[in-house]
Design a protein around this ligand. Structure first.
Ligand code: ADP
Length: 371
């Protein structure tokens, strides 16, 4: 008979990722019992919070790891049990110790890149979402903090509707296209905007950097509100060593406004890494290029700020459609000229700011109970 031992079952199931904390079951010590009775295996697994999604997930994934793999195992029973409050607190404490929040840390593995613009409507959020998706395509882990409090649009652009989960005091960001996302927009609704006052905003950003389980991604992109306001100052204070990308259009007026944002960023301690020029031109079906918003703004701004021009993104009507249905164009239509320019900008950015080495080693969790 091909029946596994308890150790073999534990080793196989231990590699299953807990979907909220994204750590292995053995690492989190969530497998609480394995009983083998002939061709039936009964597994008890602890879940980290209420709701049906975790039991449902384990009921699907655990049998799939055993049935078929061991020909004589014909039945797998899965039971779930809740962690006690004490166990949950110990687990969250260990995860936080292992990967502390990003607030105030200059030793973090994460490259933080704020994306700013002089004024609204230049395509800053569109650029941010596509650069995030493109960095994932390149094999990087990516977080996205939507700090554009007045014009937050990232959740819609990425088709995210669920609120972040909270385990103890740890906020688990939803993930879409491999990007972990936290947006002010996920804590409010689009038709019921919160009036954010300066100190509230500062506190909210602080919480997003401290309590969100970003898990030290290679990159954290921060979508800033347009202009030179408080949010940039808070980000520079909270995230020493953060860089900034300025998005502008080819128009001279836009370039001048963006220049102020660039200079201001440097004053607050964010070093500008490059410029992206969006809506650079429109290419007709006949291949002819139309400079609808003028030309030269991005190049001039890059020269003035003494940084590279990372890319020139053409006007692409499908960008608007894709933004409305929640899918980045670099994934949906990677061969179009706009997607290629966005991919190029992301690659250029990753060349200038390569992922930092990971120094901290993961500490394994204390045993919370046995099996
Ligand atoms: P911002 O974040 O700067 O306010 P958005 O990213 O929200 O700007 O973009 C404003 C609008 O312009 C959106 O409707 C978006 O879909 C559209 N848009 C952005 N970039 C382009 C582009 N290159 N081609 C066509 N439409 C674009």
């Amino acid at each position: 008979m091909s029946i596994p031992t308890k150790e073999e079952v534990s080793a196989l199931l231990g590699g299953i990722t807990e979907p909220d904390l994204r750590r292995g079951l053995n690492e989190l010590n969530l497998i609480r019992g394995i009983e083998i009775d002939g061709s039936t295996i009964a597994v008890t697994v602890a879940v980290t919070g209420p709701g049906p999604h975790l039991p449902k997930y384990f009921n699907e994934v655990i049998p799939s790891k055993l049935i078929g793999v061991f020909p004589d195992v014909t039945e797998v029973k899965v039971a779930t049990t809740q962690l006690t409050e004490q166990e949950r607190a110990a687990m969250v404490g260990s995860v936080k110790k292992d990967t502390p929040g990003l607030l105030g840390r200059s030793d973090t593995h994460t490259q933080v890149i704020a994306i700013g613009s002089g004024k609204g409507g230049v395509g800053k959020s569109t650029t941010t979402v596509n650069i995030a998706a493109s960095l994932v395509k390149q094999g990087h882990s990516v977080g996205l903090l939507d700090a554009d409090v007045w014009g937050f649009s990232i959740p819609r652009m990425l088709g995210i509707h669920e609120k972040p989960k909270v385990v103890e005091d740890m906020i688990i960001p939803p993930e879409m296209f491999g990007v972990k996302i936290v947006s002010i927009g996920l804590f409010t609704t689009e038709d019921n905007p919160v009036v954010w006052r300066g100190p509230m905003l500062h506190k909210a950003l602080q919480q997003f950097l401290e309590d969100v389980h970003w898990d030290e991604p290679d990159y954290l992109l921060v979508d800033l509100p347009p202009g030179t306001g408080d949010v940039s100052i808070s980000i520079a204070q909270f995230l020493p060593g953060a860089s900034m990308v300025v998005v502008t259009t080819p128009q001279q007026v836009a370039e001048k406004v963006a220049q102020r944002a660039g200079f201001m960023a440097e004053k607050t301690g964010l070093s500008v890494a490059g410029v992206v020029e969006n809506m650079s031109f429109f290419r007709g079906d006949d291949g002819k290029v139309y400079n609808i918003f003028g030309s030269g703004g991005g190049r001039n701004l890059a020269t003035t700020l003494n940084v590279p021009l990372l890319g020139q993104i053409p006007i692409e009507p499908r960008l608007t459609q894709f933004a409305d249905i929640g899918a980045p164009i670099v994934l949906q239509h990677p061969d179009c000229e706009a997607a290629e320019a966005l991919d190029g900008a992301a690659k250029e950015l990753a060349n200038i700011l390569p992922p930092k080495p990971r120094s901290a080693k993961r500490i394994s969790l204390p045993l919370l109970g046995g099996h």
